[in-house]
Design a protein around this ligand. Sequence first.
Ligand SMILES: Cc1ncc(COP(=O)(O)O)c(C=O)c1O
Length: 433
Amino acid sequence: MANLNRRQVLAALAAGAAAVPALGLQAAQRSSMPAPPAGQNAAALAKNEDFWREVAGYYDRTEGIVNLEHGYWGKMAKPVQQAYVEATRMVNAQNSYYGRKGYAADAKRAVNVIAEALGAHEDEIVVTRNASEAIHNLIRQYQGLNKGDAVLYADVDYPQFKTTMHWLEESRGVQARVISLPSRATQKDILDLYRQAFDANPNLKLMLLTHVSNQHGLVIPVAAITAEARQRGIDVICDSAQSWGLLDYKIGDLGVDWAGFNLHKWIGSPVGLGVLYMRRGTLEKVAPYPGETDPDNSKAATRIHTGTANFASILAIPAALEFHQAIGAANKEARLRHLRRLWTNEAQDMPHIEVLGGADEASWTGMGAFRLAGKSSPSDAKDLQQRLENEFGIFTVVRKGLASGHCVRITPQVFSSSQEIASLTSAMRQLRA
Ligand SMILES: Cc1ncc(COP(=O)(O)O)c(C=O)c1O
């Protein structure tokens, strides 16, 4: 559509909004997509360097540094970037004429592909600017709190959301309770600690639950904790910002009513896209965005009011999901876990290194973290990050939220190579000095 002349655009629009082509997908189909070799399961494919080299070829390379800080946002693959650039051009050329007449159908299509990929109904999905918009609105617009109630969050939660949970103390007269998880934990350890927190705080009404911690990639057993919380009348807001695409799952596997996601991390969309999920029949306790009305509590879309958004990024959603699915969600999870194992297996035998995060496989993701043993202060972590960058050319990030202390996060992507991980383990060995 980017190159259509005015007469062709008018003809397309005259045929009705539904006739406007789904731009993101069309553009993506013009480029090839990765094709995993037949007959290899995810575990075997995870070690197939030829295939992952081919996948890396779909991305522009970062020059000058080994970048192991991909927890911030995900790079677009070239077909997605192509769809995004073409959509940007088309939206800019057609301007309000497209915005007012053609965009609604394309936006609906983007919602459909998200819903299908997540295993949700379309009316349960709202596109947001990021996970923060989705989760902040859930916390702020939650109606189920009375003076004297308590809310719960954990040290592993996203720092800005911890602050929002605390803000409920002043704004709603509730008490905010915090649970601290150990620096290494199994699924059972985590569930037991949440159970203890529930027992110790019978006045809990709401909790924030993070599927994958942005600190060290720890996986929280969301379904088991949510089932327990439900029995006790505790509502759960699930932060899945870091998990969708890093892990392979459907929304039903989490068992939650409400969640916030990012598309711009592990799904690989353009930056500035997230998702609010609200399960049908659960909207009553979360008020519409101020000024919006929803007398039947049936419209999740009324819980967000973004205003004018980046049309082109939304048009590129089908391309991003198509690329993600071409690699295969299970293959991606397995490859990222494999890359993490390559460094943690070695690091665990280095007495001067403390590896943080999962203590059993189900509690691990491709994202991990470490610190020098006994060195958990802010300046220790900053020095470590600086040494990795300046002495070894490896880019990482300091994480500051864990009760056990500061650390450096290691986050490879699907385009990271096993040689890049080898350069990390080599650096870790030398950090002893
Ligand atoms: C666990 C977690 N929650 C929420 C967010 C917020 O995501 P965004 O900045 O895209 O809104 C992040 C971002 O890093 C995160 O890692």
